[in-house]
Design a protein around this ligand. Structure first.
Ligand code: NAG
Length: 618
């Protein structure tokens, strides 16, 4: 550790003169790197001394230091650090004999302060907590219990009804169910609220929660899959501590008020949001559900200075009607992921110069990028030193076969600067991959082996990225979000971004559909037309003709009233792709890119038939 800090410092000094002349980002990079190293050194000490200060330990420290400070504000109720400390002790007291250190318990709750009380309560007992996605349907929910091995479930008062049909199955598996109510109408469901209120708030002895290894699992977080069953990512103390440093690394302080409208069962809100608030000793304003129309009012009401986002959230905010006072707020920065270039620019125009801080890193991944320079459109920033710490590579990807390209010796090939490639991150002791609970097979699927030499292993992010000549890393696409048409690759996000700039289009979702008799997939776009606007086929034709290469132009347009989303606000494509473009099946208005009329024209059955029998040239 010391040796590479020394090496880094020498490197920085040596490179300084030359860099100052040619590299405009030098100081920003260097300062940021120092922060990363400082934080890394702390984790390194934990490793060496086997005395880990976990996120919960950190919370207990803060509760002692600043007991009166507001920790969470939720629907007008303020919970201080001291109050949450006491309440989580009560939760721990209720269960202290019912669970053992090392057990896993499951939590099915919406955003509310007690989500955190229950989470920390069990952490104080040395249990790992599995956060269940509140949108998951019952059958998948049973699967979640199997993969993390939980024998106890705590369910929020508002969510008990959603469990109705699987309660018997849970009882069969002898899983005890506790509901955040005072009375239960369901046989076999224990009430918890009454017991919490009766319990003592004496702290549990520290021995119960102590860990000697950073790699001990502390949480299981289920990553959403649009198809297939959810996977439980193993979150160790190492990852939760890293994530908790996010706000701090971007310059957050204890005076910040952080707005979290994202669900706590995802890592962004729980690890970065709550963990980061604790790290700073700041205040978090928790929202049950994101609301675009209430967003800025909330920010003004609570003097919000930082909010958490995902790209879609910013897009929804931009889609709101313009308000006179929309620049009137104190938000200075936003931390999140997935902000696209077009939305980013519009966001600045509409809501002022808020510093948008992208953090790239999947829940289960072993790699993290931060765009600390704030360059629009980039998810991260790399440089020579960064690459010494994080061993990531971009390799050539075969879109057609949907797998990395291999050379004659079976090894992957690096892409050139500026070229798009699949992002892989080397798995080694300094950046381990902990995989998914209960499934070796799923874990193995995310690992790519024999990449550059026999026996090496890389975490496959599934993301296509490009690194430009200034070392900015840009997200290009998610593997699977591309299709081929006329021998070319079409990145749906790219087309989406471009179509999104058409004035009458409020929202657009681009995907590829199969056309019998044609190789690959033809572009199609589901479109929501903005309020008081009308679809203009001529205008759109001229626009795509101008802005998109011929292979990337959507051949079909489908007008929709609303769009289906996944629980993480991502657009659903699967169903749209499957339903195709047959006007006799689809009731939504369909349009076709007609080069003979220089216009998008209504897709009639007659046109449809001529496409299918090959008379109409595509
Ligand atoms: C927000 O700041 C203003 C001005 O400093 C102050 O008067 C107000 O009480 C603050 N509101 C909250 C909720 O802290």
């Amino acid at each position: 550790m010391l040796s590479w800090i020394a090496a880094l410092l020498t490197g920085i000094l040596a490179a300084r003169l030359a860099q100052r002349l040619c590299f405009p980002y030098f100081w920003k990079d260097a300062l940021f790197l120092m922060k990363v190293i400082r934080y890394g050194a702390r984790l390194e000490v934990y490793k060496k001394t086997s005395k880990v200060v976990t996120v919960v330990d950190r919370f207990i420290q803060q509760a002692e230091r600043i007991p009166e400070k507001p920790f969470v504000i939720y629907e007008g109720v303020t919970v201080t650090y001291g109050e949450l400390e006491a309440r989580s002790n009560r939760v721990a007291r209720v269960f202290q004999h019912a669970v053992k250190k090392g057990d896993t318990v499951a939590l099915l709750m919406s955003n509310e302060p007690d989500f955190i009380s229950v989470w920390f309560g069990f952490s104080k007992l040395g249990c790992a907590v599995a956060f269940l996605n509140t949108n998951i349907k019952s059958r998948s929910l049973l699967h979640c219990f199997n993969c993390c091995g939980a024998k106890l479930l705590v369910v929020g008062a508002d969510l008990l009804d959603t469990l109705e049909d699987i309660l018997p199955s849970l009882q069969e598996d002898s899983i005890s169910v506790w509901c955040m109510k005072r009375e239960s109408t369901h046989p076999g469901v224990h009430t918890l609220l009454d017991k919490i209120e009766e319990a003592s708030q004496e702290p549990i002895e520290a021995e119960r929660r102590s860990v000697s290894c950073l790699k001990t699992p502390t949480l299981y977080i289920f990553t959403s899959g649009t198809t297939g069953l959810p996977k439980a990512a193993v979150i160790t103390h190492l990852q939760s501590l890293k994530a908790a440093g996010g706000f701090w690394a971007y310059g957050g302080t204890e005076n910040d008020v952080i707005y979290t409208p994202l669900p706590l069962y995802h890592s962004a809100a729980s690890l970065v949001g709550i963990g980061g608030t604790i790290e700073l000793g700041a205040t978090c304003v928790l929202k049950k559900k994101f609301s675009a129309s209430q967003f800025w009012n909330d920010c003004r009401k609570h003097n919000i200075t930082i909010f958490q986002y995902i790209g879609e959230l910013c897009r929804y905010l931009c889609n709101q009607p313009v308000a006179e006072n929309e620049k009137d707020h104190r938000v200075r920065m936003a931390v999140g992921n997935g902000l696209r270039q077009d939305v980013w620019k519009e966001f600045h125009q509409r809501f002022g110069q808020i510093r948008m801080c992208e953090i790239y890193g999947s829940t289960e991944g072993n790699l993290c990028f931060m765009n600390h320079v704030g360059k629009i459109g980039a998810v991260g920033r790399s440089n020579f030193f960064y690459k010494l710490i994080f061993k990531y590579v971009l390799v050539k990807y075969d879109m057609l076969r949907d797998e990395p390209m291999r050379d004659e010796n079976g090894f992957c090939q690096h892409v050139q600067k500026g070229e798009t490639g699949l992002l892989l991150s080397k798995i080694c002791s300094s950046s381990p991959f902990f995989g998914y609970a209960g499934s070796k097979q799923l874990t193995e699927k995310k690992i790519l082996r024999d990449v550059f030499v026999k026996g090496d292993a890389y975490f496959n992010t599934g993301d296509l990225m490009a690194e430009d000549h200034d070392d900015f890393i840009c997200f290009k696409d998610r593997v699977g979000d591309t299709f081929r048409w006329k021998g070319e690759n079409v990145a749906t996000t790219e087309v989406t971004e471009i179509l999104g700039m058409v004035d009458f289009i409020q929202e657009v979702n681009v995907y590829g559909v199969q056309v019998p008799g044609n190789e690959g997939r033809a572009g199609m776009a589901a479109v929501i037309v903005g309020d008081k606007c009308a679809f203009d086929g001529k205008k759109l034709f001229d626009y795509v003709q101008r802005e998109l290469p011929s292979y990337a132009r959507p051949l079909f347009i489908r007008l929709q009233e609303c769009m289906e989303m996944t629980s993480t606000f991502k657009q659903q494509k699967f169903g749209l792709v499957k339903s195709g473009f047959n006007p006799s099946i689809i009731t939504d208005p369909l349009f076709f890119l007609d080069y003979t009329q220089n216009c998008y024209v209504p897709l009639t059955s007659c046109i449809y038939d001529s496409i299918l029998n090959g008379q109409k040239k595509l």
